[in-house]
Design a protein around this ligand. Structure first.
Ligand code: E4P
Length: 218
């Protein structure tokens, strides 16, 4: 399972990359705004900076909602860097755009997926990735993990090459559940990844090992 970091924060991307387990980054307009990145030039520059830090795929989202606008943006974004994957929403124009872009060899991440039907259309259109949003479904008392499992099963059954990015991850347990559901990728906050390391028995065991060593090696 691949780990993407779901942020536009450069310090966090560097920290996760230094761990040696980072496979990519996903951003969206809200995450860019959170970092105060504004203006087209700065936004494009920021994507390039992220690509310079991490070796894997970096998702950058279009803000157009019409076919021509999405294509124009997608071509500009993908020409920035070979690692860029263009994020497109699963609306009518978006699915058309994914189909067109995949025929041109431009990689896409169909984002804001909340149903198996949207994921099916994303795969049929040739999306590189489909991103079901787990946390936002959980927020409205709907099982987000169940959606990830349904999409993974559907893609496996029909042999679609589209990879599932479990997105909108809220906490560490979501990562474990996505692993059990067979998600190809999880994109999450750094805190959720670091939570995987936490175990009291590790801390107690390490403390004891070090204490025993230091008793005899003063
Ligand atoms: C991922 O691609 C999305 O941008 C992200 O996971 C959305 O997460 P949120 O629901 O925490 O905003």
């Amino acid at each position: 399972m691949k780990f993407f970091l779901d942020t536009a924060n450069l310090d966090q991307i560097k920290e996760a990359n230094d761990l040696g387990v980072l496979d990519g980054v996903t951003t969206n307009p809200s995450l860019m705004a959170r970092e105060g990145i504004k203006g087209k030039e700065n936004i494009l520059k920021h994507y390039k900076t992220i690509c310079g830090i991490v070796k894997g795929d970096v998702s950058a989202e279009v803000i157009s909602t019409d076919f021509e606008g999405m294509i124009r943006e997608a071509e500009e974004l993908s020409s920035l860097h070979a690692q860029i994957v263009v994020k497109i929403p699963p609306i009518k124009e978006g699915i058309r755009a994914v189909k067109y872009l995949s025929s041109k060899g431009i990689r896409t991440n169909c984002t804001l997926i909340f149903s198996p039907g949207q994921a099916l259309l994303a795969a049929k259109a040739g999306a590189t990735y489909a991103s079901p949003f787990i946390g936002r479904l959980d927020d409205i008392s709907t099982d987000g993990i169940e959606l990830v499992a349904q999409i993974v099963d559907m893609y496996n059954y029909y042999g679609y090459a589209t990879q599932v990015i479990a997105a909108s991850i809220r906490h560490t347990m979501h990562i474990i559940q996505c692993m059990e559901a067979g998600a190809h990728v999880v994109t999450c906050p750094l805190k959720a990844i670091l939570g995987l390391l936490k175990h009291p028995l590790t801390d107690i065991g390490l403390e004891k090992f070090l204490a025993d060593y230091h008793k005899l090696n003063k």
